[in-house]
Design a protein around this ligand. Sequence first.
Ligand code: HEC
Ligand code: HEC
Length: 338
Amino acid sequence: MFHFFRDTQYALTPLTALFMKKVFRYVLGGLAAIVLLIAAAALFIQWRGIPTYDKPTLQQTVELTPNRVVRGKKLASMLCAGCHFNAETQRLSGKHMKDAPAEFGEIHAPNITQDARHGIAAYTDGELIYLLRTGVKRNGQYAPPYMAKLPHMSDEDLQSIVAFLRSDDPWVQPTPIASTPSQPSFLTKFLAHVAFKPLPMPAHVVPQPDTTDLVAFGRYLTTNLDCWTCHSGDFTKMDMLNPEQSFHYLAGGNKMPDNDGRIMNTLNLTPDKETGIGNWTEEQFIKAVKYGLKDGEPALRYPMVPYLELTDYEAKAIFAYLKTVPPVKNRIQRTAFD
Ligand code: HEC
Ligand code: HEC
């Protein structure tokens, strides 16, 4: 291109040549400015890290009742333990999340025991609720998508989780182990500036589901136990506030590494007969979800962990709800390895 310009220069009148040179200089200058701007934006994002927002001001005190603590532990064992439970300490003292997609960076779930220095003793009940609803921590920093958010959970269930975190259960007793800070990648920082935003605080009370309405109860569990986030089509096309609007809702396809870095496909849970669970019986489903068995054979591998804490009635409700979801023909191969 440069040669072409120089060679043809002589064919042009001096005025046009001058003009062209000017244009060329402007174009070059413009390009340089754009490159500089991008570099500056990248530097800014790298320097600023994960963005911060207004600190939570929610004033709320959660009453600790025995029922709430039991309910809270059940929910936390299905929803929080996978990341925060440490097998060595047998407490929620945090761990390295080896199965977080490498693109996110090096992620460590922090210590959320009641330890004053290393745990979450400083959080108020209101700050915990605010974090679990919106994703904003007590220091105002946004917790990226690798930390759970619970926009649809009933107020009562959410308070149960907080009651459990405050309880005398062994899992949450003060454990003086410093959390290793996560090293979010540039991509995570970038997306936290342009794509991921804190979720709004619900404007109204989020009621308990009607447990006698099997389908409604199943929908509540499917949404709040995170079945849908793993089992939909694409992590980047999820609608956190309106799960059903997500791309390939419950039709499988999301990919996630297991603890050895092998990429696992999540499977189609819509009632399509060929590619989903349309031909499964309720009994097969309950056994698979609760015990990881299908027809007596191991059916589920990590990161699909059997939901031992679910009652048969709850698993049945999930099945009843899944039967009502629009079937999607989407053949997903189970990841093959032995
Ligand atoms: C997929 C993994 C994952 C799950 C599931 C998860 N967390 Fe977290 N959690 C994290 C990570 C990673 C962070 C650190 C986020 C950051 O660096 O901003 C975190 C941060 C937190 C914090 C803030 C700690 C601080 O020092 O500010 C609290 C409190 C917390 N989680 C509680 C919970 C509870 C309660 C649940 C269950 C309802 C839960 N988490 C589920 C990974 C997870
Ligand atoms: C952390 C991500 C994750 C979550 C959360 C999750 N699953 Fe899974 N699920 C998977 C993966 C991955 C597989 C495939 C496992 C394999 O290949 O062995 C799977 C497999 C299954 C299967 C077997 C399907 C088949 O065709 O063999 C069923 C049924 C299932 N999940 C139901 C559920 C239900 C119900 C929930 C919520 C209570 C849930 N899953 C939550 C990741 C997840």
